[in-house]
Ligand binder design. Structure first.
Ligand code: FES
Length: 573
């Protein structure tokens, strides 16, 4: 089909339903729109779609009706017509086998509904872990003017005078419960106090990391990533986002001008400086792939070595997201990083990052955000490891790990699946010592489990009771951004695709060197060649079948190959 010359239709006249008679299609659309009570004057305005991810299965988004109303207010105030529409929502803890499996489905839904429905720009209202990446991926592929609005973090609660916030504290108390330090009644009380407001997890988990990345990329309004979900500023940000969407609809820029290679590099730097979630490496890789940009994990290592950790939040520090907001937010972090950033990157406001940072700076709480000259840690929080056990790379969050374990050789104690792990990890007869490396297989992207956040393998009960707090754990799984420990994740290729991880056996020696960025299986190649690497069956039908056919490895962000801007040839998959 050839594109029509001249200006393209806008507003309600955009992308008419095909009846073979465009005038009839517009007349019918207007008629049906009027059935919803709109005046003809409103129907002639620019249309701003609002992708609303409210769901009864998503506690983090429970305030979205209020947020969406505020977005609508902003759109109306600027002379537009706001129209909200639902897409899939991904509530992290409500999905089986894992929310990551459905991130690409949500990205498809978002992309197709932006493209298929008549809107001049779209506001993407998301927040919980996978929703922001999915929305950005879809919006980049649709490439219509788009602006995000994130949920904002939960506020903390109190238990016996102690601050509690999901979900680092969820894990901390669960570990204490497993070690017998707190009882059934206490853990039940804690359960009721971990997550007490709307919003995303209260620490620098995946949702908070992705919000900071969205702000750094320039895809949400400046200063909005860290505003607590229940703060009035969050509603003001929603109204301002609606206003900004109208400006975007009139004069852009489109996402392809915002999400550039330089902007992605800025996002990687911020990821390091905030001590962000390992999951963000996957998501940013997938987002960049939609824009035709490949993230090289060796480049990630260089950025990590050049970028200090500045933000002192849980899971590695004592503070929560509400403290980051009060301390100056992501803007204060960007100001510290300014000498390291590409300042010419465009943002949704139409200004560059440099122009944004030229604006007045507010006060900064140095307990939470350190100056570049006196960082919390001199190098970034995440590194990629390579070696015979991870030819395609693996991720290690050094900021959340015990440095005493960084250079270590150990004996493998292997669990062949999540089921095997849960059946044997607490077995008193398990042959394991604190110096061993726990290895989990078949929890990667191609496994039936869909790469769950299972990389935070529990310390075996008998060791936990003896006071062991950390040991080396290796898997092809992911880890929640709220977790911590000496944990090697995203081993690529994964076991289910027949990677070296599938061939590790109990008693094999493994060497980890964070200094050399190495992860090696110390088994001769001839011996490995003799070991079988079974691959799981392809599901018979539905989305699971599409997923199994199209999913890429972690080093490609676990996107579907056909959704990338430049799909990979078969030999590169
Ligand atoms: Fe939604 Fe943590 S469960 S952000």
């Amino acid at each position: 089909m050839t594109e029509q010359a001249g200006p393209q239709p806008t507003g309600l006249a955009r992308g008419l339903t095909n009846y073979g008679d465009p005038d009839f299609a517009l007349y019918l659309r207007r008629s049906f729109a009027r059935s919803m009570g709109y005046s003809t004057e409103l129907l002639a305005r620019p249309v701003i779609g609002i992708a609303d991810t409210y769901s009864g299965f998503n506690n983090c988004h429970r305030h979205f009706p209020e947020l969406v109303a505020a977005v609508k207010r902003g759109v109306l105030a600027e002379g537009g017509l706001p129209v909200s529409f639902p897409t899939i929502s991904l509530g992290e803890v409500f999905l089986s086998p894992t929310s990551l499996m459905f991130r690409n489905l949500m990205a498809i839904d978002t992309e197709e509904m932006i493209r298929a429905q008549p809107m001049d720009a779209v506001v993407l209202v998301g927040g919980c872990d996978k929703t922001v990446p999915a929305q950005l991926m879809g919006a980049i592929s649709a490439n219509r003017p788009a602006i995000g609005l994130v949920a904002g973090p939960m506020m903390t609660a109190r238990w016996l005078g102690e601050r509690l916030g999901a979900c680092t504290d969820c894990r901390r108390f669960w570990a204490r419960y497993r070690a017998g330090e707190i009882d059934d009644a206490e853990i039940a009380e804690i359960e009721g106090n971990l997550a007490t407001t709307a919003g995303t997890c209260a620490v620098m988990g995946t949702a908070s990391t992705m919000a900071a990345i969205a702000e750094t990329l320039g895809m949400i309004l400046p200063g909005t990533a860290a505003i607590p979900a229940v703060h009035a500023d969050r509603l003001r940000a929603a109204e301002a986002t609606g206003r900004a969407a109208i400006r975007l609809a009139r004069s852009g820029p489109t996402p392809d001008r915002i999400v550039t290679a330089d902007a992605v590099e800025n996002a990687l730097r911020v990821l390091m400086a905030i001590g962000g979630s390992t999951n963000a490496v996957l998501h940013l890789t997938a987002i960049a792939g939609r824009a035709g940009i490949d993230i090289d994990l060796r480049r990630l290592n260089k950025i990590s070595d050049e970028t200090p950790v500045l933000v002192d939040l849980k899971p590695t520090g004592p503070h929560y997201m509400e403290d980051l907001f009060a301390a100056g937010g992501v803007g204060a972090v960007l100001r510290e990083l300014r000498p390291l950033l590409n300042l010419d990157c465009l943002t949704v406001t139409g200004a560059t990052l440099g122009e944004r940072l030229d604006g007045p700076a507010g006060p900064v709480d140095r307990n939470v955000i350190k100056p570049l000259a006196e960082p919390l840690q001199p190098v970034g929080g995440l590194v990629a490891l390579f070696g015979s056990l991870a030819p395609g790379g693996a991720i290690f969050k050094r900021s959340a790990a015990d440095p005493k374990l960084f250079e270590k050789e150990g004996r493998a104690v292997v669990f062949t699946s999540l089921e095997d792990l849960s059946a044997r990890i607490d077995d008193p007869a398990l042959d394991v010592t604190p110096d061993d490396f726990l290895v989990l297989q078949n929890a990667g992207p191609l496994s039936p489990s869909g790469m769950p956040e299972a990389g935070y393998l529990p310390i075996p009960a008998k060791l936990a009771r003896a006071g062991v707090k950390d040991m080396i754990r290796i898997s092809d799984a992911r880890m929640s951004g709220t977790a911590y420990g000496s944990i090697v994740l995203h081993v690529t290729p994964d076991a289910a695709s027949g990677g070296p991880l599938a061939k590790v056996r109990d008693g094999d020696r493994i060497r980890l060197s964070v200094r050399d960025r190495r992860l090696d299986l110390l088994v001769p190649p001839e011996e490995l060649a003799r070991r079988p690497a079974p691959s799981p069956p392809v599901p018979a039908r539905g989305y699971a079948r599409l997923y199994r056919h199209e999913i890429l490895q972690a080093d490609r962000g676990c996107d579907f190959n056909f959704l990338r801007k430049y799909p990979l040839s078969p030999e590169l998959r």
